[in-house]
Each structure stands twice: as structure tokens, then as C-alpha cells.
Design a protein around this ligand. Structure first.
Ligand code: SF4
Ligand code: ZN
Length: 311
């Protein structure tokens, strides 16, 4: 029997190549929770009296995050937790995810708020996908922008002071590489574990899973018997992101710890960019008043384009 490196008592079931540890189930789960707590304190993500909204999709990442945060929250009696669930309107996919999400909220004794694309924007994502079939953009490009706004709207409805999303280490490194590929320094600056505070109209976003590899989040959900949706979204991710994911996974396999190395390198690049004159100040969108980098926010641009396509 191979013994756990940490407790030296129980049988190891997982080999963590980047640290050389062999872990039993219990020590593995504790190590994941520790990684989350470390990220929370390293980036100063929460105050003891924060009203936290967790964006819950029904997938393994967001449900593991809900599980971990509801555990942590118990030690902070003044903090509150609410799940926000966005119904994008994806037939045969989102309905199941929402059921699973709601069940998990009940189990963790966390209240929830649901907002839908149809209610907020007048269109379900299925309708948008149909209307934009002939354009270059994929449904994910629309979904990403509209979903971000919907989460912010729901978080405001919940009276939240922070909104936690379930981006893991893999998501963060993929986004970092994509931003480099697109030569987008502003996004390199803005996409980080904790968004800059005090942007009026935006509930501050934090990513407590940013230092947990995707594979380990999945394993955590499995060991903790968290029921999550397995069915992939019919529109799935963009082709380029999928390629970047493949490259990063191959790199990680050959050079364990590579994702952490990229994550740390991005922190250094970001801190240098922060010292430069690059500005990311937000102003109010001329149409809806929500914060935006340009004059008209991406949500309004999308909704205008959809309206034009219809009329
Ligand atoms: Fe939205 Fe794309 Fe994610 Fe599906 S895969 S939920 S369309 S971003
Ligand atoms: Zn152990």
C-alpha cells in the first residue's frame, strides 16, 4: 500500500506530479480547501462581513466552489452567501443544470436567485444562436458578454458586495495565453484573480479557485460526491480556446507545474503593466449607464446588432 505523504497513515489515491505528493482522499480534499483559503487571503478577496454572491452554473467548478465557500462561511457569522444562477436559454442543457444547481443550494442551505437572458435581454441564447448563424461570432462570444452582465445584475439584486466565480487555474492560464495571442494588454491587466475594487455599478469579482487545477476540482467534486452536470454545452467553447487548452495540458504533462509557472509569470507581467501608463478606467455606457471601457458597452452593442438583424 502506498501511504499518503501528508498524514502518513491512510492509503494514497492521487499523485500530484507538480509537488511530488501522494495523497489520501482526506488530505487531498483538505489541500484543495487550503489552496482556496490561501488564494482568498493572498489576494484579500473577502472581508468578514461580505455579502457574497456565488455564480453557480451546475458544473463541477461552480458547485465545488459553492461547497467550499459554504464551509468557510460558517467561520464568519457576519458573512452571507447567495447563489446566482443564470438561465441563458439553452434547450436540453441549461434546464438540467439549473435543477442540479438548485438541489446543491438546498443541500448546502444557501439561498439562490435566478435571472434569465430572455427576461433581461428579450432573447434566449438559442434564439441569438439562430439569429447570428451567418456571422463570424460563435454563440459563446455572445454568451460570455451577456452572462457576465447577467451575473452582475443578479449579484446587485442579491445586495452582494462581492461576486465569486469558479474560474480555475486552467481557465486563468488559458485566458492569459489567449490575451497574449490577441495582443490585448488591457485585458491582461483587467483579467486577474480579484478585479479592481470600487468600479461603480460593478460588483467586485473574485476567483477563489484560481490556484486549483481543473483536474483537481473535478476530483474534489467526485470525492465529495457533489452531483454536477456532465453534459457539455451544445455550443461548447471556442475552437481557439480548445486548442490552447490542449497545448497547456500537453505542457503540464511534460513539465509538471507549468500552469502555476504561467500563472505566476502573468502576475509579474501584470504588475509591470500596472506601473505603466496603460489606463483601464471605466466610464458609463452612453446607452444603459453600466460601466464600460469604451463609450457603448459590449452588451448594448450586441443587443443593438440583434435588433438591427431583426428589423
Ligand atoms: Fe455559453 Fe459557450 Fe459556455 Fe455554452 S459553452 S454556456 S454558449 S459560454
Ligand atoms: Zn493523508
Amino acid at each position: 500500500m502506498i501511504i499518503c505523504t501528508l498524514c502518513r497513515r491512510r492509503e494514497a489515491f492521487f499523485f500530484r506530479a507538480y509537488s511530488g505528493e501522494r495523497l489520501c482522499r482526506r488530505c487531498f480534499c483538505l489541500s484543495i480547501e487550503r489552496k482556496v483559503k490561501t488564494a482568498i487571503s493572498k489576494y484579500g478577496m473577502f472581508e468578514p462581513d461580505d455579502r457574497i454572491a456565488v455564480a453557480v452554473s451546475g458544473g463541477k467548478d461552480s458547485l465545488s466552489l459553492l461547497h467550499i465557500l459554504s464551509k468557510i462561511e460558517k467561520s464568519f457569522p457576519k458573512a452571507t452567501l447567495t447563489a446566482v444562477i443564470v438561465d441563458e436559454g439553452i434547450k436540453g442543457y441549461r434546464d438540467e443544470a439549473m435543477k442540479i444547481a438548485k438541489k446543491n443550494c438546498e443541500k448546502s442551505d444557501v439561498g439562490h436567485i435566478i435571472v434569465s437572458f430572455k427576461e433581461l435581454y428579450g432573447y434566449a441564447l438559442d434564439e441569438i444562436a439562430e439569429m447570428t448563424e451567418d456571422t463570424k461570432l460563435t454563440p459563446c462570444s455572445y454568451c460570455g458578454v451577456l452572462r457576465r452582465r447577467a451575473i452582475n445584475t443578479a449579484a446587485k439584486l442579491a445586495g452582494a458586495s462581492k461576486v465569486a466565480t469558479a474560474h480555475n487555474l486552467d481557465d486563468e492560464t488559458q485566458t492569459a495565453l489567449l490575451n497574449i495571442i490577441h495582443g490585448d494588454p488591457i485585458r491582461i491587466l483587467r483579467v486577474k484573480p480579484m478585479l479592481d475594487p470600487i468600479q461603480p455599478g460593478l460588483v467586485q469579482r473574485v476567483k477563489p479557485l484560481c490556484e486549483v487545477p481543473e483536474r483537481e476540482v473535478a476530483l474534489y467534486a467526485y470525492v465529495k460526491k457533489i452531483a454536477f452536470q456532465i453534459l457539455p454545452c451544445p455550443y461548447s467553447g471556442s475552437a481557439l480556446r480548445n486548442d490552447v487548452r490542449g497545448i497547456l495540458n500537453r505542457l503540464e504533462e511534460k513539465h509538471p507545474g507549468m500552469k502555476y509557472t504561467i500563472h505566476r509569470s502573468m502576475e509579474k507581467i501584470r504588475s509591470l503593466l500596472e506601473q505603466s501608463k496603460l489606463k483601464t478606467a471605466l466610464s458609463d455606457c452612453e446607452k444603459c449607464g453600466e460601466p464600460t471601457v469604451g463609450k457603448i458597452c459590449q452588451t448594448c452593442q450586441i443587443l443593438e446588432a440583434l435588433k438591427r438583424g431583426r428589423t
